[in-house]
Design a binder for this molecule. Structure first.
Ligand code: UD1
Length: 417
């Protein structure tokens, strides 16, 4: 197993290029199942989750070729409609094959993902939506078995906005007969990219990026050609790296419109953020002020930035409260930050953080993807050496993060445990 070692305390300087968004690339890869032929997706990040997605596509019978961040997927010989447990348990987003398989082949068998480190994460809303489109859903030995002679458009009101649920329904409804209306839909930029991509394949979707999306079903779609948008969570992580080290970084690919909530909170802490031609320049202050945050669906503060923002608040002046409203158990990083000296108390769904002058490096363990990023950020700002183990979580969602940070001046490297 590998670990990341950091000798902290260096203000980061320079420019960093953000990779393609994992959470956009995954639904796009699965959307290729909706068409017969060869799709091409560029700017695909080189990540463990993308390898898992490609493995799943191959398992279904697709031919997948990857070269310099470009994936070519040939779906002409799909002969299997099952997403097996060993792949779904490694990556929950595998459930996004459900909508496309059902819409194109009239059946799908997908393992139920079960719980994960950050909460229960059911897929009941995906299933309820597909049933509204006319699918018959049964559970068998831990698998969801979905069948439909023909999907028919329907009005679907989500109890809560769900990113994956909205994506699964967008894909399924694109090939359904008649019109579907998704209400209380998720509004994340990744949803907008998926809708744009589906439209470029011949779908008729309006309203993506708002809470109400209209989809007029079509009888077939053509293969996809598109470029993945920059990863706003990776961008946000580098923005916090500049803030926490008192550095000055140009984050190339960061887009203001996708980062309003984070920008507003960072500005309140004293960080300066200036838009430049192809990104955002982020300048960390000498002293950080404490601010409260509450995670919520887009355009609110992203839950995927909560752990990283908490690392920042450990060294801010005063007390901050971070409330997590999207997932029920997303404070696993707290105990590890405490091992580095952070003063954090958990109070139900909130964490109360009293800022300290300096954290001290320590051996810590990553528990999930964004928690790993939080520990790396803490290590960049801490005195002495921090060793982050179980970094396979990090490799699921950050492409070569230690190499990108080292190029900004950080003393950080990967080594065998
Ligand atoms: C996606 C992102 C993940 C991010 C999350 C919230 C991908 C691959 N992953 O995950 O990085 O943290 O959005 O921004 O894009 N829920 C239900 N029933 C359902 C579906 C969801 O109760 O059928 C609940 C979940 O348990 C959670 C909330 O809804 O509490 C939001 O989850 P959702 O938006 O679906 O997240 P994901 O699509 O899994």
């Amino acid at each position: 197993m590998e670990k990341i070692v950091i000798n902290g305390g260096i203000p980061l300087r320079g420019e960093v290029q953000v990779s393609g968004a994992k959470n956009s690339a995954l639904p796009l890869l699965f959307a290729t199942l909706l068409a017969d032929g060869v799709s091409e997706i560029s700017n695909v990040p080189d990540l463990r989750d993308i390898n898992t997605a490609n493995k799943l596509l191959r398992e279904l019978g697709a031919e997948v070729a990857t070269e310099s961040h470009c994936c070519r997927i040939n779906t002409e010989k799909i002969q299997n409609i099952e997403a097996p447990y060993d792949l779904v348990k490694t990556m929950r987003a595998s459930v996004l094959v459900l909508g496309p398989l059902l819409a194109r082949f009239g059946q799908a068998r997908v393992s139920l993902p079960g719980g994960c480190a950050i909460g229960a994460r059911p897929i009941n809303l995906h299933l309820k939506g597909l049933e509204a489109l006319g699918a018959t859903i049964q559970l068998d030995h831990g698998y969801v078995e979905a069948t439909a002679d023909k999907l028919r458009g329907a009005r679907i009101l989500f109890d809560i906005p769900t990113v994956g649920g909205t994506e699964n329904l967008l894909m399924a409804a694109s090939l359904a007969e008649g019109e579907t209306v998704l209400e209380n839909a998720a509004r994340e930029p990744e949803i907008v990219q998926l809708a744009d991509a589906l439209n470029s394949m011949g779908a008729i979707i309006e309203g993506a990026g708002t809470a109400i999306i209209h989809i007029k079903g079509v009888s077939s779609l053509k293969p996809l050609k598109c470029q993945v948008i920059p990863d706003r969570i990776e961008a946000g992580t580098f923005m916090i790296a500049a803030a926490i080290t008192g550095g000055n970084i140009l984050v190339r690919g960061a887009e203001r419109k996708d980062q309003e909530a984070l920008i507003s909170k960072l500005t309140e802490t004293g960080v300066k953020i200036q838009p430049e031609a192809d990104g955002l320049r982020v300048i960390g202050p000498k002293k950080l002020s404490s601010v409260d945050i509450r995670t919520s669906v887009f355009p609110g503060f992203p839950t995927d930035m909560q752990a990283q923002f908490m690392a920042l608040m450990t060294k801010a002046e005063g007390t901050s409260r971070i409330s997590e409203t999207v997932f029920e158990n997303r404070f696993m990083h707290v105990c590890e930050l405490q091992r580095m000296g952070a003063d954090i108390q958990i109070d139900g769904h909130s964490a109360i953080i009293r800022g300290i002058k300096k954290m001290l490096g320590a051996p810590v363990m990553a528990t999930d993807l964004r928690a790993s990023a939080s520990l790396i950020l803490a290590g960049l700002a801490a005195e002495n050496t921090t060793e982050v183990s179980r970094i396979y979580h990090l490799d699921r969602g950050y492409e070569k993060i230690e190499i990108k940070l080292a190029a900004l001046g950080a003393r950080i490297w990967r080594e065998q445990e």
